[in-house]
Design a protein around this ligand. Structure first.
Ligand code: DAH
Length: 344
């Protein structure tokens, strides 16, 4: 076979194979096979020097022409293959943006927390600031300095979780009254919220629950101030002008003391199971700071008076949302919890 024939055959072979190449990888291996350093066409080009003088020119020109033709063909093929592989990839990854979305579950504040935050915001709007105390506290802050007599039943191991002789899980947030007055001279207007612990468990009692405590001490704080604050609080949590009554009561750390009742949120005072037919629901304890408490923290009871109050957050959540059993608040059933999302 003369070199020209050989070259033409090679050209046809190359063009045929290139036409059949469907993948970039195949295309590249064809390029190597024909035009690479040891490729078929390269080999011919290299041997041109050995040809007789009269054949060199024609063969050389033809080889170069074929080389250019093949290079152009590979270049073109390569860009078509690249374009179609991109198209395939896009078709593959195509998404239908009109499809409905999977519903995503978002969280929500626990009903106890949302009531707690709501109450704190009401007090903050009245100018109270937030105070804090630990859940494990000294028994003297929980009882002694709050004027609990030595033999008060709440001091009993039966009722309170003791850690040792000195320490206990606080049974109320009233501990924060003492802690605040020990470090902050009057005027004081604070609220404190948090967990408290008692050995008690039934439909309306839980061994751990939340309280919000309030304390205001200044030169002429009166029971009238207490009534006004309680009125603003309950108007905001429940509804404007909800019936309220102050019922005389007793707490060791306040004198006089009262419990506050609201008109039953279920029967509006007509009498039902919820209010045990009384038409009233007990909502919080309060009173004027007992002089003995002022003495225990070194505040002069002749110069200062104070008001104090305390309430159970779970109880308020139960009355507000008519939850019949406190334990529902602690089972963490999401279907139960999510009912209160966005409610206030
Ligand atoms: N500490 C009381 C309790 O846990 C609630 C309470 C009543 C707090 C009267 C007060 C108050 O500050 O003045 O039952």
């Amino acid at each position: 076979m003369n070199p020209v024939e050989e070259l033409n055959n090679l050209r046809e072979e190359a063009l045929r194979e290139l036409a059949g190449a469907e993948e970039l990888k195949v295309l590249e291996s064809l390029r190597v096979a024909f035009l690479g350093k040891k490729g078929k066409l390269t080999t011919i080009l290299k041997s041109i020097g050995k040809l007789p003088q009269d054949e060199r020119k024609e063969t050389g020109a033809l080889s170069n022409k074929i080389k250019k033709e093949l290079e152009a063909c590979i270049k073109e093929k390569s860009s078509t293959l690249k374009a179609s592989s991109l198209e395939m990839k896009m078709a593959d990854e195509r998404m239908d943006i009109t499809l409905p979305q999977h519903g995503s579950v978002t969280g929500a504040a626990h009903p106890v927390n949302s009531v707690l935050i709501e109450i704190c915001e009401i007090f903050i709007s009245m100018g109270f600031s937030m105070a804090e105390g630990p859940e494990v506290d000294f028994e003297k802050y929980n009882f002694e300095m709050l004027n609990f007599p030595e033999d008060h039943p709440a001091r009993d191991m039966q009722d309170t979780f003791y850690i040792n002789n000195e320490l206990l899980l606080r049974a109320h947030t009233s501990t924060v009254q003492i802690r605040t007055m020990l470090v902050q001279p009057p005027p004081v207007a604070i609220i404190a919220s948090g967990k408290v612990y008692r050995k008690d468990a039934d439909q309306t009692h839980s061994p751990m629950f939340h309280q919000i405590e309030g304390l205001m001490v200044d030169r002429a704080v009166t029971f009238k101030d207490l009534r006004g604050i309680v009125r603003i609080l309950l108007d905001n949590i429940f509804h404007k002008d909800i019936p309220i009554r102050f019922r005389p009561s007793f707490f060791p750390f306040t004198e006089p003391s009262a419990e506050v009742d609201i008109g039953c949120t279920v029967c509006n005072g007509a009498g039902c199971k919820m209010c045990k037919d009384s038409g009233w629901l007990e909502i919080m304890g309060c009173g004027m700071v007992d002089p003995n408490v002022f003495d225990s923290v070194g505040i002069d009871p002749l110069r200062f008076t104070g008001l104090a109050f305390g309430m159970g957050v779970e109880r308020i959540a139960m009355l507000k949302y008519r939850i019949p059993d406190i334990r529902m608040l602690f089972t963490n059933n999401m279907r139960f919890n999510l009912q209160f999302r966005g409610l206030r």
